[in-house]
Design a binder for this molecule. Structure first.
Ligand code: NAP
Length: 492
């Protein structure tokens, strides 16, 4: 049974792409499920002049594809209001303050305010400072800030941003979005680990040989070229999404499943991540950039990209944790654009038995047993598979790998909320479990900055991978030199 959240949302960037594609649809689904009802309103802002009615039309247009009861969408849209506003002009905030006070009364939102920054990151600090200075905070209910990525470009800029936000909001009032944390199977990592002694008992360096995380994209940069060329795969994917997934895989069991307890453990895990020296980083990171394929342009020839760009569209790395649980176990991660397919998966590769009694060197069969592998399919399919060795059916005695598999049904997948719906819901409830804390972000930047600084001065040999592959050859060599290989590999 859904509990209604009473809240007044101020959305900065209300006419932007994210708002139209994800935020209004997520709020509508929360409304349909009863998490939002009579006592909520949203005040949208951007520089564009628009009436409340025009804004409501825009919201209706965004949600038009969601099946709804008669009149439901119209009723929902009546909770939306608009105020033209330039976030860089302090004098404009007075209008917002007055509208918020009116809406609070009109909708009985009990002083609960959620400020959502869905804008370019250079504005985040300014908005936060003005929210306080110009009196937009409430004394009655809660004040919360939801903030989009990216959170800084390196440790120093992230710290500066965090210091600016901290002038207005306490850490427990800040919800830093990482939409990977809203994905069903990323959330399932903890249920799988801590809900199953049969798995958690083996979740350490005695039994696990290595862990692999792959976030693979099939598309190129598309219309995000301008942004992406100044960011690259390391900042856009590894520093945030991959590090968050890795932290969940590496963390110890929390005392209880509360946001504070989970946070403590994720931070502890990231504290034990080995920060490389520059020469270690050079040896443990691989970068790549896609070339041309048929009529498809190389990255450097995409619209909006510098023709001599050294921006990486692929990154792979080997991460090591210096703690009792993970000592000696590499975490290999990779992500890139224009790869073979679009998917996210985690492969946990278990150690082979010390003695392979099924091997038969006389018949040329040096190794009969395969490594057990637990694969967590994050997307597009959701589920997991455990690869075990079993006897091959028939005469004689040979073994073969077989899968114990669970895949979410299509109907279950339909039921599953979209990441933004889930994260909006959690922010309204004040639950931080699926948001990144400042300490996690700080450790992730410190880890990433070493290689970024190196790559910024060394000119790469780009392009170095073909669209449709799984990245440059060096990404396979990263594992091959340790006597390992990627579980998902096109070259098997
Ligand atoms: N789009 C996505 O799929 C996506 C995915 C993940 C994260 N994000 C993050 O979400 C945030 C928003 O992205 P987006 O794609 O929605 O950006 P966008 O389409 O460029 O929208 C930016 C919004 O900010 C407003 N704006 C710009 N300058 C302003 C100013 N000085 N004062 C007031 N409003 C101003 C714009 O309206 P006016 O120009 O009319 O003022 C517009 O509403 C970014 O942090 C981005 O990194 C986006």
């Amino acid at each position: 049974m859904a509990t209604e959240n009473k809240a007044l949302i101020t959305l900065f960037g209300a006419t932007g792409d994210l708002a139209k594609r994800k935020l209004y649809t997520s709020l509508f689904k929360l409304y349909q499920k009863g998490y939002l009802a009579d006592h909520f309103a949203l005040l949208g802002t951007s520089r564009h002049e628009m009436s409340d009615e025009e804004f409501q039309e825009m919201v209706l247009d965004s949600i038009k594809d969601i099946p709804a009861k008669d009149g439901e969408a119209e009723e929902f849209s009546k909770h939306f209001f608009y105020c033209a506003h330039d976030v860089t002009k302090p004098e404009h905030y007075a209008k917002l303050r007055d509208r918020l006070a009116e809406l609070d009364k009109q909708f009985g939102t009990e002083g609960n305010r959620l400020f959502y920054m869905s804008m370019a990151p250079q504005f985040f600090g300014t908005i936060a400072i003005n929210i306080k200075k110009q009196g937009l905070l409430t004394d009655d209910g809660y004040n919360r800030l939801v903030i989009e990525k990216p959170f800084g470009r390196d440790f120093d800029s992230a710290k500066k941003l965090n210091d600016e936000l901290s002038q207005t909001f306490e850490e427990n009032q800040i919800f830093r979005i990482d939409h990977y944390l809203g994905k069903e199977m990323v959330q399932n990592i903890q249920a799988l680990r801590f809900g199953n002694p049969v798995i958690e008992a083996l979740w350490n360096n005695r039994y696990i040989d290595n862990i692999q995380v792959t976030l693979s994209e099939k598309l190129g940069v598309e219309e995000r070229a301008g942004y992406y060329d100044h960011s690259g795969a390391l900042r856009d994917m590894l520093q945030n999404h991959i590090m968050q997934v890795v932290a969940q895989l590496a963390m110890e069991e929390p005392v209880a499943f509360t946001d504070d307890d989970v946070r403590v453990e994720k931070i502890k895990a990231l504290r034990s991540l080995r920060v490389y020296t520059p020469s270690q980083a050079a040896a443990n990171f691989v970068r790549g950039q896609y070339g041309a394929e048929g009529s498809q342009p190389a990255y450097r020839n995409e619209d909006g990209v510098d023709p001599e760009s050294g921006t990486e569209t692929f990154v792979a790395a080997k991460l090591m944790f210096d703690n009792y649980r993970w000592s000696g176990v590499p975490f290999y991660v990779r992500t890139g654009k224009k790869l073979a397919d679009k998917f996210t998966r985690i492969d946990v590769v278990f150690k082979k038995p010390l003695i392979d009694i099924f091997a038969n060197p006389n018949s040329g069969n040096e190794q009969a047993l395969h490594s057990n592998v637990l694969t967590i399919f994050v997307e597009p399919k959701s589920g997991f598979a455990l690869q075990l060795n079993a006897k091959h059916v028939g005469q004689g005695y040979t073994t073969e790998p077989v899968d114990l598999k669970f895949l979410q049904s299509d109907s279950a997948k339909k039921e599953s909320p979209e990441p933004y719906e889930r994260l909006f819901h959690d922010a309204l409830e004040g639950n931080h479990t699926n948001f990144a804390s400042w300490a996690e972000i700080a450790y992730a930047w410190k880890f990433v900055d070493v290689i970024r600084n190196l790559w910024d001065i060394e000119k790469p040999q780009f392009p170095n991978y073909t669209p449709g592959s799984m990245g440059p050859a060096a990404a396979s060599e990263l594992l091959a030199r340790d006597g390992r290989k990627w579980v998902y590999d096109l070259n098997k």
